[in-house]
Design a protein. Structure first.
Lengths: 262, 276, 312
């Protein structure tokens, strides 16, 4: 049984069908990249997995099964214990996903105390530990900062630290490196790979960057205008796919001396 | 063009209150007909302060005038003066705001300090003072309220202009020789129109109330003109003996304000839908 | 807000005040009423031309405009705002006398407003687009549409005339005479403020960090009470300052209806009798208070919001 099964899923906003017939299977310890242009629906899909579709969005058809559980039938209470614990999400700007008027530490403690019954000091210490594990030195200083006081790379690492606090089985990453410069991007990407190696976390990463998608993903899913147009193992997508759109995306990756660094 | 029409017509609230507003306007226009030919300023003391009956549906006031007719004719005064007021504020406020935002420098400083002054000034007091100085009349009431309210529009227009003032495309237009008039009219103004029209529409109700308030205090329309606010003032003295003198004019103001406020709200929903 | 910003703000205030004082002086100078004549007629005397001339000299009304203005400003700076022609008392004393009742009225209305608008606004925002939201919006809608003078009169009609529960004319500044005027003022303000609360909370609810917190499993209650509401407070404090400021200068009509012995009442009477000094004193005082309130609000806003504090 796969860890996550997205079966024939349609997602609609009111009457507008934005994602059609999406199918995706994710095994334990696997990394899957969802690639596509803006508006392809890739973010919508993982938001749907988390049950966080904004406004009038909803899954209008199909099933999403996580570890044998139908996610579409969960109560609010069940979601609360699942989110941030078994399934975590990392966003494009983790800093923006925290209250700008509170210290990072306060937001982190609030999060920890939602899932565990421990004191503020213990929670604070745990936060420091996770942050330092993500290669950010001086975790206490980070905890005592406001989100806007950190750099992009630092913010993403904090986001990953928070996401990994409870070693979730499934990590959903929504364009986690798109807002970063190239060097930091590389560092964060490597960080993600280590998560899979160390903790066996299954990851779905959404990105418009084919280079990142190819580097990270064991599996690649190509989406265009709300539909999955191609998917398969990395080797297949990169070298053997005959899908014209996939080829278009591959051709768009800049080459250097005739070699494509994907 | 069809798509635009649809946007307006598909909003049920807009259509409903648009019709109601139109009805009120028609009442004002056709007041003589609806009043059955009764002169709102004519009355004999013999008929004074009579409760509502078949002949006078809303009763009569202290001079024996028919209140129903006065309420109907009052719509003319209220609507006309309110629209005039809103128009004046809109034009002046927008113009000053656009100039302020576009030219910057001392033009901006002067206009904005003037605006600050008007805002800090207790509005009603200024209105009364101006009315007292120029003489109490509806025209002067309009001037007075306009003086106090234009800053709101000016500030809004100014901030909307500032948003685009320092963009590349504006600089490009200036550098390639667009005249100042063209810059103002074709580049700055369009950015402000929508928001300001919405503001003006939603302000119709409150402007109407302010005019009525001034008249109520005796600084706006003068008797025997049938203005709702001054009618309320006349009714005050007869509160215990003839409450109908107060109830109907007040109700008229209330209903009219509600309709126009609703219309403004719906207009805002159509033109500026920020809620999902 | 650092010292420089505060100083420049104070400077602005002074400039605005000078402008206001000039404008007021100009207005009263140009108005048709003659305070010299009114001085006599107020006591029921019909003055002769010589008497009026004498009075004008005594009041300094025969001097050129700018001289009068200069004298007045100099006096103000020394705390002397002149004397009321009508009531024969120093302006300062008259204004102080009436300041407290108006302040009481303002505070009472503001308290009533907060008491109702905050809960209503929050409930409305949290239950966005559900029946209770529509209900609250409908009520606020009517609230802003009622002319306050009509409402006041209706309330008097009902509570004083028909039900005889409360006195028609408020004499002493006690609770009974405060309640109806305060309610009248509070209705429109509550309606307006409830909408503002609702908008502020709704905007906060759509912030990114709310989604982030949900993704971390934090409960809706914690999100609302621990994060959204405190953050919503910031813009609401500014709006509260503006509301109170405008309330202070806008109590005139209600005070007149209820014969409430406040500043607004006095101001209107002063204007109608061309009582120069009183009018000018009133305008200056109210403007200063309004600007000071705004200044305090801005400073506290800069202090409370860490983004303002630390980003400089």
């Amino acid at each position: 049984m796969s860890l996550l099964e997205i079966k024939n899923v349609d997602i609609s906003y009111g009457k507008n069908l934005t994602v059609k017939n999406c199918n995706l299977n994710l095994e334990k310890g696997e990394i899957c990249s969802i690639v596509g242009e803006s508006g392809s629906g890739k973010t919508t899909v993982i938001r749907a997995v988390m049950g966080l579709l904004p406004g009038a969005g909803r899954v209008s058809a199909g099933d999403i099964i996580y570890d044998g559980t139908d996610l579409l039938k969960l109560t609010r209470k069940q979601w609360r214990s699942l989110r941030g614990h078994d399934i975590s999400m990392i966003f494009q700007d983790s800093g923006a996903m925290m209250n700008q008027t509170r210290l990072i530490g306060d937001s982190y403690v609030e999060y920890i105390q939602t899932h565990e019954d421990i004191s503020k000091q213990d929670a604070w210490a745990k936060g420091i530990e996770m942050i330092e594990r993500m290669r950010l030195p001086d975790g206490d200083r980070i905890m005592r900062s406001y989100p806007f006081q950190l750099s992009g790379g630092q913010r993403q690492r904090v986001g990953i630290a928070m996401g990994m606090t409870y070693q979730p089985k499934l990590l959903l990453a929504d364009e986690p490196t798109s807002a970063l410069d190239v060097t930091t991007q590389a560092q964060i990407v490597r960080q993600f790979m280590e998560l899979r190696d160390e903790y066996g976390t299954s990851i779905i990463i959404v990105t418009h960057n084919l280079g990142v998608a190819a580097y990270m993903g064991d599996k690649i899913v190509v989406m265009k205008r709300g539909e999955v147009v191609d998917q398969g193992e990395r080797e297949y997508i990169l070298h053997r796919s005959t899908n014209p759109y996939t080829k278009l995306l591959l051709d768009a990756v800049p080459t250097l001396g005739g070699k494509r660094y994907v | 063009m069809d798509k635009k029409k649809n946007k307006f017509l598909s909003n049920k609230g807009f259509v409903l209150f648009g019709i109601l507003a139109l009805i009120i306007v028609l009442v004002a226009v056709f007041a003589p007909v609806l009043a059955g030919g009764i002169d709102p300023t004519a009355g004999s003391l013999a008929d004074a302060i009579m409760p509502p009956d078949a002949k006078h549906i809303f009763g009569t006031d202290k001079m024996g005038r028919d209140i129903y007719a006065r309420v109907l004719y009052g719509a003319r005064i209220s609507l006309a003066s309110t629209f005039a007021l809103v128009l004046v504020i809109f034009v002046i406020g927008t113009a000053l705001g656009v100039l302020s935002g576009y030219f910057g420098g001392w033009v901006d400083a002067v206009i904005m300090r003037l605006a600050d002054m008007m805002i800090a000034f207790p509005g009603l007091v200024l209105a009364i003072a101006v009315a007292g100085m120029l003489g109490a009349s509806m025209r002067n009431a309009i001037i007075a309220i306009a003086l106090v309210t234009w800053p709101k529009y000016a500030r809004m227009a100014r901030s909307l202009v500032l948003k685009v003032r320092h963009t590349d495309y504006v600089y490009a237009a200036i550098v390639t020789g667009s005249s100042t008039w063209r810059m103002l009219w074709k580049y700055m103004l369009p950015n402000t129109i929508t928001t300001l029209v919405i503001t003006a529409a939603t302000d119709i109700g409150s402007m109407m109330m302010e005019l009525a308030a001034l008249s109520f205090l005796g600084f706006g329309a003068q008797p025997p003109a049938p203005e709702w606010g001054s009618m309320l003032n006349e009714g005050r003295d007869f509160m215990q003996s003839a409450p109908w003198m107060m109830v109907y004019p007040g109700l008229a103001i209330f209903i009219t304000v509600v309709v126009f406020n609703m219309l403004g709200d719906n207009l805002r929903d159509i033109l500026d839908p920020r809620e999902e | 807000m650092n010292k420089n910003a505060i100083l420049s703000r104070l400077l602005q205030m002074v400039i605005v005040l000078i402008g206001i004082s000039f404008l007021t002086f100009l207005l009263t100078y140009l108005s048709p009423g003659d305070p010299a004549r009114n001085l006599f007629t107020a006591s029921g005397i019909m003055p002769t031309t010589e008497q009026i001339e004498e009075a004008r000299k005594m009041l300094g009304l025969d001097k050129p405009f700018f001289t009068q203005y200069k004298d007045w400003i100099l006096n103000c700076l020394q705390g002397n705002f002149g004397e009321s022609f009508m009531l024969h008392k120093p302006v300062t004393e008259l204004l102080l006398d009436r300041l407290w009742p108006t302040l009481k009225l303002t505070i009472a209305s503001a308290v009533l407003m907060l008491l109702f608008s905050v809960p209503l606004g929050v409930i409305s925002a949290v239950n966005h687009n559900k029946p209770i939201d529509y209900f609250v919006r409908a009520i606020t809608f009517f609230g802003v549409s009622i002319p306050n003078f009509w409402l006041g009169l209706m309330l008097i009609l009902f509570f004083c005339v028909k039900m005889r529960l409360l006195p028609v004319v408020s004499s002493a500044g006690d609770f009974k005479s405060l309640i109806l005027p305060a309610v009248t003022l509070a209705v429109a303000m509550t309606a307006k403020y409830t909408r503002q609360v609702r908008t502020a909370v709704l905007e906060e609810l759509h912030s990114d960090y709310v989604i982030g917190a949900r993704a971390r499993g934090v409960s809706e209650n914690k999100i609302l009470w621990g994060n959204v509401l405190p953050n919503s407070l910031l813009p609401l404090i500014t709006m509260l300052g503006l509301s109170v400021g405008s309330l202070l200068g806008g109590t005139s009509v209600v005070e007149i209806i209820f014969s409430y012995p406040g500043l607004g009442n006095l101001a209107v009477a002063a204007i109608t009798s061309a009582d120069y000094f009183l009018v000018q004193g009133y305008v200056l005082w109210v403007s200063i208070i309004y600007m000071v309130i705004n200044l305090i609000v801005d400073i506290s806003y800069n202090y409370i919001d860490p983004r303002m504090r630390l980003r400089r």
